[in-house]
Design a protein around this ligand. Structure first.
Ligand SMILES: [Zn+2]
Length: 294
């Protein structure tokens, strides 16, 4: 019986091999059972938008996310080109290795989009008064990560459509990097929101610094956090975009300061930006904030 089987197998092998031995020598990269399915079958290549978003909301969120991808892709490209030679890199990440921010930006630029943006305010947070928001005609949150109510979901609230701007206004309308909030733009605001969701932040990107000064100070002290700090990643992406793309070779860095907590020239208070809504400090202290602010 064994001999017969061996003979049978030999017969098959010989018969198969005869017409084209070269074919058998070629290494097959696909499992035979997967037939025609591409290796990345089932990938989520577009950011899912919940049906609760109406047509105009969807368009704005989609456009915002497109700009987020553009912002992240350029930030990565800047690091790949300049690495530690970049003054902007040094400013936000010190001498930390570049692998981490490259990965963080590439996830947004090209990663699987296993998240959901929705507009139906299921947790009621859009109406919450944010104690940090002052001077806005529309009070409340501009959006929030759903936290334990929906780890992979972010709610975009009405306030976003009134306040968030396109990257085409970079360095215009009074904006500068040092004095304006990162959430002026859809692109950076949504980058922040993406990093709250595990598909992008991987429970690794978090808030270790609250604002521009803390981010810059963190880089100076060469803390390991800087390359996975949500604010540092946003500021770096915004400044490289401003300097490389929006106003090439100039950008709009705003007042620079040389030493820790030294003067920010001209400004009398920390929240000096006219477009300032607030810091995102509401969520900064906790590891997994219930609500990702604004
Ligand atoms: Zn946050």
């Amino acid at each position: 019986m064994a001999a017969l089987k061996t003979l049978f197998l030999f017969a098959i092998t010989a018969a198969t091999a005869l017409p084209s031995p070269m074919v058998l020598d070629r290494k097959e990269s696909q499992p035979l059972s997967s037939s025609n399915a591409p290796w990345d079958a089932g990938a989520t290549t577009q950011f899912p938008i919940h049906p609760s978003c109406n047509v105009t909301q969807r368009r704005q969120i989609e456009q915002g996310l497109n700009e987020t991808v553009e912002l992240a892709a350029h930030a990565k490209a800047h690091i790949l080109r300049w690495g530690n030679e970049s003054d902007i890199y040094q400013k936000y990440f010190g001498n930390r290795p570049s692998l981490e921010p490259i990965g963080a930006f590439d996830l947004i630029a090209k990663g699987n989009r296993d998240v959901l943006f929705r507009c139906d305010n299921p947790d009621g947070n859009c109406q919450l008064e944010d104690p940090f928001v002052q001077g806005l005609t529309e009070a409340g949150y501009a959006g929030h990560w759903r936290g334990e109510n929906g780890t992979d979901e972010t709610v975009i609230c009405e306030l976003s459509y009134h306040t968030r701007r396109s990257l085409t206004t970079m360095c215009a309308l009074g904006y500068n990097i040092a004095e304006s909030e990162t959430n002026v733009f859809w692109a950076s605001d949504l980058m922040h929101r993406l990093y709250h969701m595990p598909a992008f932040g991987q429970h690794w990107v978090d808030h270790y610094a609250d604002d521009y000064e803390e981010v810059v100070d963190m880089a100076k002290s060469n803390k390991t956090y800087s390359t996975h700090d949500s604010e540092a990643l946003q500021y770096f992406a915004l400044e490289t975009y401003a300097y490389d793309i929006a106003v090439p070779g100039v950008g709009c860095p705003g007042p620079q300061h040389d030493s820790n907590h030294a003067e920010v020239s001209g400004s009398s208070s920390a929240g000096a930006s006219p477009t300032s809504t607030t810091t995102q400090s509401a969520s900064a202290a906790s590891d997994i904030p219930e609500v990702s602010s604004l």
